[in-house]
Write a protein that binds this ligand. Sequence first.
Ligand code: CMC
Length: 377
Amino acid sequence: MVNSGEKVCIRGLRDVAAAETRISFVDPLGALYYAGYNIDDLIGKVCYEEIFHLLIHNKLPNKTELEALKTDLRSEMKLPDPILDSLRSTPKNCHPMEVLRTEVSRLGEYDENRDDNSEQANKKRATMLAAKVPAIVASFHRIRQNEKVLDPKEEYGLAENFLYLFRGKPLDAEEKDAMERYMILHADHGLNASTFAARVTASTFSDMYSAVTSAVGTLKGKLHGGASERVMHMLSEVPHLDDVEEYIQGMLFDRKRVMGFGHRIYLAEDPRSKHLKKISKALCQNEHRADLYAKCKKIQAVVHREKKIYPNVDFYAALVLNALDIHSEFFTPFFASSRISGWTAHILEQYADAVLIRPTSNYVGVYERNFVPIEER
Ligand code: CMC
């Protein structure tokens, strides 16, 4: 008899701590801290670049550091010609997350310092990726629309440039503020599935591009960042406010998941959701969008009444992005373009920790099967 060596198996790694981190803390009681700062104290007072600096360097930048970072990020938003050529030859019906997954990987092919895995080189790569990921997303959209790929503007920060490069028109003050807040709220979130995937890849001392590619592929799924795109589909399937009750009851009866609800860690409301709800309310002033906002509020009330669960980050984020005129297929790429800061911070932390992440599994198959040659099967 083979010794199965059975270990305690924790399905889904629920409540298992697989790393120590200084980057962010997800408080189950409904708070989120970036390197010790409660997001409620940061939002509206800092720009996205300050959060990037905080996550990567564990401290908020001073004015000189911030200006230098903004300049670096802006210049890194320009994509190399081979990446633009690749985007132009990509089938137009590809999902933008498939395109992002491929192009992040391709960026690694053009890294002339690929053998330098020092902390300094990786921090430079993190800055480059934080700029190039949104640039890839925006450029693919422009190319797909048969529109010119634009250059970032000198006077804009990263969040404003991202939406400008995507839509091709300047943002008004409210849109700029919404975009900044959206990106800050999506910047990091503990050991979520995509960050874990990035850390697993980094733990083998594979390169940063490989680790981010793992993260992009993981974020794409509907139980993670792919949920917000499906929130929009759900809203389009509910014709009127009065249909919400029946629609949600039907979903729950069929034991379907309501996208944008529930969370592995939070026992209370997702702290990001309340900010996104406020932003979406302000943006949804016209008649059509006011109707969408009202539907969302009703869905929230029904789901909470029936299942005692709350909206997560993806629910009202869908409304914010819709109000910024972004098509739902691009919702997850916008999430990725913000989470890139958290991913790269965690990759750096994992390299410093230098431990291979390699769990085990309990074998539940059969033992001692008799081998039968192919001719006799
Ligand atoms: N709709 C309906 N019921 C739900 C939902 C939901 N969205 N989420 C959880 N539940 C129920 C679930 O059916 C179960 O009920 P019961 O005990 O009666 O069977 C209970 O709540 C616990 O669910 P769970 O599956 O143990 O929770 P989990 O920690 O494994 O899953 C989750 C977390 C986020 C995958 C899940 O809530 C879900 O599928 N949500 C919908 C997809 C979604 O919005 N994903 C975005 C996640 S947050 C942002 C991000 O990280 O990307």
